[in-house]
Design a binder for this molecule. Structure first.
Ligand code: GYE
Length: 324
């Protein structure tokens, strides 16, 4: 119920005026009716997510797409409800960022049966049936994990002793948590001196990052490195590290992923050592893909976001013009 209400609200302050004709087949893009997109967002768990939501909302407006937006508060059941409500409302296209990878086949089959194309943004699903969605737009999270691992390998190249690493994982079962863990493990696995001594989910939030890091610090007196799957968990962990009387960035080296403003500030301030960028600005490409799909044009199965990495010096230079 609440989800529908949110959708209606978002519509009311959207492009205004026109609505999609009811009942008929999805807009082909050829007519002059406004495209309606139902977007089922993960939640508002991080700075990345806030920037992503803003990008989607602003791009829909700019593209003249009528956006119905819902926030699932990191719960798959809420996302499934939102998608079902979009199917019922006969939107032209559904886009969503799946909170976890598994368990989507049924609802995606329902969308397919209703002839409503689905676009995955940001996170992947593990359905073997690739006909359940038109395309997947987002980052290569395995690559991000590898970049984090490569920096670590370079930093400790001349050291021979053990390097004790703790890992703050993203939301359990999510594509970025699974893949960032796997990519990192693959790279550091080549040298047995790298030891992941604790690894646990911090749910991509600052509060959980702090809580789990507190526990890590209590259980492990000798932590050399923290690898956090996003900036927010890293920022929460910094509070825990300072609270334990240690110096983040020095006593414990910190690597995070995202490169949102607060993370970049901490990097420039020397509290984080390295950030692997993950761009949340997916809105313009998403709107473009939706228009193409509805116009019957072929789109690539996979559109990978371009991204970079930042050292402390690079963060200082990039900060003044950073958009998010
Ligand atoms: O890294 C994290 C967010 O799916 C890429 O989700 C996204 C991740 C991002 O909560 O901050």
């Amino acid at each position: 119920m609440a989800l529908v209400a949110v959708g209606v609200l978002a519509t009311a302050c959207g492009s205004g005026g026109e609505t999609t004709a009811e009942g008929g087949a999805p807009a082909s893009g050829g007519g002059d009716s406004t495209i309606t997109m139902g977007f089922a967002q993960v939640g508002a768990e991080s700075g990345w997510r806030t920037a992503n939501t803003k990008s989607v909302q602003e791009s829909a407006k700019a593209a003249g797409i009528d956006l119905k937006f819902s926030d699932a508060q990191q719960k798959q059941e809420n996302q499934i409800k939102a998608i079902r409500s979009y199917i019922q409302q006969k939107v032209d296209v559904i886009a969503f960022s799946p909170v976890v990878e598994s368990g989507w086949d049924t609802v995606l089959q329902e969308a397919k049966a209703a002839n409503i194309p689905v676009i995955l943004t940001d996170r992947a699903v593990d359905s073997p049936d690739k006909t359940l969605y038109k395309t997947f737009l987002g980052s290569d999270f395995v690559e991000e994990g590898k970049k984090a691992g490569q920096w670590l390998v370079e930093q400790y190249a001349s050291e021979t002793g053990d390097v004790n690493i703790v890992e703050l994982q993203g939301t359990t079962g999510s594509a970025p948590a699974n893949d960032r863990k796997a990519g990192f493990a693959e790279v550091i696995g080549a040298d047995p001196k790298f030891k992941v001594i604790a690894s646990q989910s911090g749910d991509f939030t600052r509060a959980k990052g702090k809580e789990v890091m507190d526990a890590f610090l209590k259980a492990n007196p000798d932590i050399d490195v923290l690898y956090a799957h996003n900036d927010d968990m890293g920022l929460g962990a910094i509070e825990a590290i300072e609270g334990a009387g240690k110096v983040p960035g020095k006593d414990i080296k910190i690597i995070t992923v995202d490169a949102v403003k607060d993370g970049m500030q901490a990097l420039a301030d020397g509290k984080i050592n390295y950030i692997v960028e993950c761009s949340p600005l997916l809105g313009p490409q998403l709107m473009d893909l939706a228009k193409k799909v509805l116009a019957g044009e072929t789109v690539p199965d996979r559109v990978v976001t371009e991204e970079t990495t930042f050292t402390q010096e690079q963060a200082k230079q990039a900060l003044p013009t950073r958009q998010y």
